[in-house]
Design a protein. Structure first.
Length: 212
């Protein structure tokens, strides 16, 4: 069990990092603009679920191996970046379908697909791996019991905080989309904007430093 002082310190540090707009927030906004409120919230949930295996990997020591291996880390980074670009291109290609589906009251794609796509983004986010490996151990107390268990507790706390904060961003972005959605042309443009945001995020991740 993580000592209460360490836990409170981590909550403050994690809250600051979660609130600040980063890759997760940009992805959430892009998906909410492209898919609407339900799509945005499902993306938040899928992204959070994708973090859980990373938390487990860090707790078991696998995360450190990935983060310290330039080859493996780079593969994960480019795989995640390429998938973000793919999702962005799909959002732009199907922007008119999204507008028509919204008018008909139907989601443009299945909920499980939206959830699965976001899970892939969450589990292939190299910045999340780097954050967990670099930050979580700093709040572990070696005299407070199992280190893997403490790492897992801290990681899951971060996932919960991210889930709450990203949900707020998703609701805000989808509210803007709903306003623009009064016009099919504006809604299609909004979906394309969300796709462009995801493409830009994928490009930024791909062009970031070798270990970042």
């Amino acid at each position: 069990m993580v000592p209460i002082d360490n836990l409170l310190g981590f909550i403050v540090a994690a809250a600051v990092l979660v609130i600040m707009p980063g890759p997760s927030v940009l992805f959430t906004i892009g998906r909410a603009l492209a898919l609407g409120r339900l799509g945005g919230l499902l993306s938040v949930l899928g992204n959070a679920l994708g973090m859980i295996p990373l938390v487990a990997a860090v707790a078991l020591g696998v995360g450190a191996i990935v983060a310290q291996s330039v080859v493996v880390f780079t593969i994960v980074k480019f795989a995640g970046a390429a998938y973000l670009v793919f999702l962005g291109v799909q959002a732009i290609r199907h922007r008119h379908d999204a507008a028509r589906s919204s008018g008909a009251g139907r989601a443009p794609r299945s909920r499980w697909r939206q959830l699965g796509e976001s899970f892939v983004v969450g589990i292939t986010n190299p910045k999340t791996i780097a954050f967990f490996v670099a930050v979580l151990p700093q709040f572990v107390d070696l005299s407070a019991g199992s280190v893997p268990l403490q790492l897992f507790e801290l990681g899951m706390l971060f996932v919960v905080l991210a889930l709450i904060c990203d949900s707020v961003w998703a609701l805000a972005a989808s509210a803007a989309r709903d306003w623009f959605g009064r016009s099919p042309k504006r809604l299609a443009a909004m979906s394309a904007t969300g796709g462009g945001l995801m493409i830009g995020l994928g490009g930024a991740l791909a062009l970031s430093g070798a270990k970042h």
